[in-house]
Write a protein that binds this ligand. Structure first.
Ligand code: TYD
Ligand code: MG
Length: 457
């Protein structure tokens, strides 16, 4: 057997030390050491052993190129995954604490459980399982909460449902349990609570998180079981955030939303088996997350006609969603006026403010500007530029934008309005929702033209 020992390695320059160091003596970076398992030099494999292990495959010999997928029973979730969960994939679900990761995954577990049980009853009959999950095809590994707490959540979502829960944080014990029980799906909540006895650092440290994910990745591939990892987004510190894992997993999903709204957006930022940029929209209710099939309609439900409000047509993956942008421009009493964007890119807001000052002659140097994308959807597309600019102009001039108007277009540094991708899809969605006036590069070549078309005088 290959014996292993641990070393601390500087992540910046690769310097090795036998114990944790706060500052690297070689490159002077701080807090850069991560505990890593090192195979000892003593027991080296022979050349023939290594050759035996290495297998070269001709792609033409692989017959099936289609992935086997498992439906989660949640249409919005399946779409973000690219049509279901690929068997054997490792999926990271990240998000702020309290955003609803455990709720969403519990619902998913109950769905998969229900469906796979009705599909192949008795599948586990001949499997000699040490773990009693005969009534469940999903294993929920709870490192953070007790089984009682999970029961409270399950009861809230669906009182009749059952689910197999494993209260464990030792990743090797978890791997053993999954190998024995062979569930159709395993959920690990959360990766930051896992640890292996092979490392000395505490659970949640970069070394532990990375090693645990690595071992689960191998397990998922070996057994063809999809594994979901929950990862909290954390402020910098000893607890390793999901960033550490992004390169190791197959799919990265993030659950977003702001604290003031019930909407939750599930976004895929990496997907080895499907599209990225897709979004799924949910609403957090008393009985769990409800899928929102027509997000534009719901995002615009509370819209009031007032100065500072503009509707933009965004495109997420292949799905158009209309969002209201609100702007408030007020006199500033600060030497450095504030430009605060929520749900939009702050750097973009700075740039658009500069364009408005230079090209439209607006005096914004003594004004605070607040811009908000309502509903909790993050609008980082340049296609929203025109709407953001018009919302700001509408607020500063205290004039409303003509009702039933929607904006799409990127604003260049010269104040020109530029083409964006997927115009037809955006226009179709706007028309479907009853918008009659579309302001885009087709009818507004620059900001001044857009203002003439949009504002009610
Ligand atoms: P949770 O899934 O525990 O968040 P996370 O795992 O991301 O930390 O959900 C947290 C919030 O969701 C909590 O404030 C309670 C609320 N909630 C509902 O509104 N409805 C529900 O059905 C459930 C189960 C939770
Ligand atoms: Mg949780």
């Amino acid at each position: 057997m290959v014996k292993s020992s641990t070393t601390y390695i500087c992540q910046q320059c690769g310097y090795k030390a036998p114990q944790y160091l706060g500052k690297c003596p070689q490159c002077d970076s701080w807090n850069s050491f991560v505990e890593t398992i090192e195979k000892s030099q003593g027991v080296k494999e022979s050349k023939s052993q290594r050759l035996e292990k290495a297998e070269i495959i001709n792609l033409s010999n692989i017959k099936k190129t289609e992935f086997n997928r498992l439906s989660t029973g949640l249409g919005e979730f399946d779409r973000v995954m690219g049509g279901g969960v690929v068997l054997g994939s490792l999926v990271l679900v990240s998000g702020d604490p309290g955003i609803g990761k455990s709720t969403l995954l519990t619902q998913l577990a109950l769905n998969v459980n229900h469906e796979s049980r009705s599909m192949n009853t008795g599948k586990k009959e001949n499997h000699d399982s040490l773990f009693k999950i005969h009534n469940s095809n999903v294993l929920y590994v709870a490192g953070e909460e007790s089984a009682q707490q999970i029961k409270i959540r399950v009861d809230r979502i669906n009182t009749k449902a059952d689910l197999a829960v494993l209260n464990e944080t030792d990743v090797d014990a978890i791997i053993e349990a999954i190998s024995q029980a062979r569930p159709s799906l395993a959920i690990v909540d959360s990766i930051q609570t896992l640890e292996t006895g092979d490392l000395n650092s505490v659970a949640g440290s970069v070394g532990q998180v990375r090693e645990s994910a690595h071992r689960l990745q191998r397990l998922a591939k070996d057994l063809h079981i999809p594994i979901f990892l929950v990862g909290h987004v954390n402020k910098d510190g000893m607890i390793a955030g999901p960033k550490t894992l992004e390169h190791m997993v197959d799919v990265v999903l993030s659950l977003e939303g702001d604290s003031t709204s019930n909407f939750r957006i599930l976004r895929g930022s990496k997907n080895r088996f499907g599209p990225t940029d897709e979004v799924g929209v949910f609403e957090m209710e008393e009985k769990g997350m409800i899928e929102v099939k027509n997000p534009s309609k719901i995002f615009l439900e509370q819209k009031v006609s007032a100065p500072g409000s503009a509707i933009v047509a965004t495109l997420n993956g292949i799905r158009p969603i209309l969002v209201e942008i609100q702007a408030l421009v007020t006199k500033s009493f600060l030497p450095m006026p504030r430009r605060v964007g929520s749900g939009i890119d702050n750097n973009r807001l700075q740039l658009l403010t500069a364009v408005l000052m230079k090209r439209m002659g607006l005096s914004l140097f003594d004004k605070d500007i607040f811009v908000n994308a309502t509903g909790g959807l993050k609008v980082f597309e340049p296609a929203a530029d025109l709407g953001i600019c018009l919302a700001i102009i509408s607020s500063i001039q205290d004039k409303i934008i003509t009702p039933k108007t929607v904006f799409m277009g990127e604003v260049g540094l010269l104040g020109e309005v530029r083409q964006v991708r997927g115009m037809e899809k955006r226009i179709a969605e706007a028309k479907k929702l009853g918008f009659s006036k579309i302001i885009s590069p087709e009818n507004a070549k620059n900001l001044a033209q857009a203002v003439r078309l949009a504002l009610v005088l």
